[in-house]
Design a protein around this ligand. Structure first.
Ligand SMILES: [Zn+2]
Length: 295
């Protein structure tokens, strides 16, 4: 059993574990689709849409960094065997150009109103719930094309799933709109929340860029400290996928405090935020609570 394979609903997982415990072999059905996703967020959305009709494997695991990923030979084998490869797109997975069969690649973020930074498209579309519907529809469309016999089921799953995001979005939009604008600003570890900032009128100042993998320089840190002091920023958010040294230094040098750990690019086992819905809810709640208590 692959550590990173995801298969829902939950009771199937439990059944699978129970079967393994009993040393009974469990074979996937012949009509199941074999889907490889590039990260855990896409794996979870895919499993919500395809239900029991897909075997899903995520290349990047929980709490792992997505920008620096490079496929190992075992990953390339998985990609070769896949019926569908679900990627985010917007250059998050530059290594995909090495895949021979490009027809099976699905760009899950296709159609979102993208943000451009320094000439590049910001890949982090998933971090705004306003984009969830597009991700869900793109994945449902791809699953339908692969097994049309279950298309009605996929569409049904997608519609119910989208409805939960619509309700979540309306709830938080009202809460954020009621916050004073001067409270809605913070430092983040890397530039992963541009879409959330745009859609909820937040100012995030990231320490690292959209795709940056380099260490933070003392110069950048000095600049950020100056910015915190000048603009009266009171909140710093750390992330599940990056180190926290920068934040410790900033809290020593300024009066800003850590507002929580955001789940940016990978679902989190360590924070028990292991579904995409929980992730969006958790991030919006964490940011809201930090902004509403900032003094
Ligand atoms: Zn990122």
């Amino acid at each position: 059993m692959e550590i990173r394979s995801i298969k829902t609903p939950g009771f199937i997982k439990s059944l699978f574990i129970a079967l393994l415990t009993l040393s009974v072999s469990f074979e996937s059905k012949a009509e199941d689709i074999n889907i490889v996703t590039t990260n855990t967020i896409l794996a979870d959305i895919t499993s919500e849409v395809t239900g029991k009709h897909a075997v899903i494997y995520s290349l990047v695991g929980y709490d792992e960094e997505v920008h620096a990923f490079n496929p190992k030979p075992s990953d390339l084998k998985k990609l070769k065997e896949a019926d569908i490869i679900i990627a985010n797109g917007k250059n998050l997975e530059g290594w995909l150009s090495r895949i021979d069969d490009k027809n099976k690649i699905v760009e899950a973020s296709k159609g979102i109103k993208s943000i451009k930074k320094d000439g590049y498209e910001d890949p982090h579309g998933w971090n705004s719930p306003y984009n969830a519907n597009i991700y869900i529809d793109n994945i449902a469309y791809a699953a339908c094309a692969k097994i049309p016999a279950y298309c009605n089921e996929f569409k049904d799953n997608a519609n119910k799933y989208k409805q939960t995001f619509n309700e979540l979005t309306i709830k938080y939009k009202q809460l954020y709109d009621a916050l004073p604008q001067e409270n809605k600003k913070a430092i983040t570890a890397h530039d992963a929340f541009g879409y959330l900032a745009r859609d909820f009128e937040i100012t995030f100042i990231p320490i690292k860029g959209v795709n940056e993998e380099t260490e933070i320089s003392a110069q950048i840190l000095a600049q950020i400290i100056k910015q915190i002091r000048e603009s009266g920023i009171k909140v710093i958010f750390i992330e599940n996928i990056s180190n926290t040294h920068f934040a410790e230094q900033l809290t020593k040098e300024t009066s800003a405090t850590i507002g929580g750990e955001l789940i940016s690019d990978s679902l989190s086992k360590k924070n028990s935020v292991d579904t995409y819905y929980k992730m969006v809810d958790y991030n919006l709640k964490t940011v809201y609570e930090a902004f509403s208590s900032a003094k």
